[in-house]
Write a protein that binds this ligand. Structure first.
Ligand code: ADP
Length: 194
């Protein structure tokens, strides 16, 4: 059973690639962004609590997303592909604890990289179809990228130390990035089966 984190800046394609990998390798795609949007859509108290932060492009509280991931891990026996979590060092520490608690092992953290102009271009493109308010406003996009640099990027150091981090180029076409990702995942599966 593989457990993988897809890591990267807003707009880099984590959601797209997590979907492709989940389908191909029979993993459960867990996106904290999607979970939070579902809470907002359903009008739950949690959704009401996080709506404003998400619309501003702020990260929501660690305790909220850690709780959502804990619940999701309790509800499946499949390997998981995490998209958009962890986004802070505290979340990364909590994930270590959660995986232990749920008898899982983290196999790999794959960081997808692309230049900032490309991220902004993709977010603008996505805004046309996503209906996401945080994709439609330039100040919010800038703020999300600042949040990423300040709070999320340091998570790579956390995983570098444990030897789990693999970085791939995500600047080109979807199928090029997808091939690079599949190569990494195929390698993990081969290693796990030895
Ligand atoms: P993107 O990667 O394009 O920013 P997401 O759907 O992953 O899109 O996240 C959208 C928003 O949801 C974030 O800007 C943040 O407000 C909130 N969010 C998602 N995941 C987390 C997380 N792990 N920690 C804190 N906030 C999160």
């Amino acid at each position: 059973m593989e457990n993988i984190v897809l890591f990267g800046a807003p707009g880099v394609g984590k959601g797209t690639h997590a979907n492709i990998l989940a389908e191909k390798y029979d993993l459960l795609h867990l996106s904290t962004g999607d979970m939070l949007r579902a809470e907002i859509e359903a009008g739950t108290p949690l959704g009401q609590r996080v709506r404003a932060a998400m619309e501003r492009g702020d990260l929501v509280g660690d305790d909220v997303v850690i709780g959502l991931v804990d619940k999701a891990l309790s509800s499946t026996e499949l390997g998981v592909i995490l998209d958009g979590f962890p986004r802070t060092v505290q979340q990364a520490q909590a994930l270590d604890f959660l995986f232990k608690h749920h008898n899982r092992r983290m196999n790999c953290v794959i960081s997808i990289d692309a230049p900032r102009e490309e991220l902004v271009r993709r977010i603008h493109e996505r805004a046309l179809i996503s209906g996401r308010t945080d994709d439609a406003n330039d100040d919010t996009i800038r703020h999300r990228l600042e949040e990423y640099e300040a709070k999320t990027k340091p998570v790579t150091d956390y995983y570098k130390v444990s030897g789990l981090l693999v970085c791939i180029d995500g600047s080109g076409e979807i199928n090029q990035t997808s091939m690079r990702l599949c190569k990494v995942v195929d390698g993990l599966i081969r290693k796990n089966r030895k």
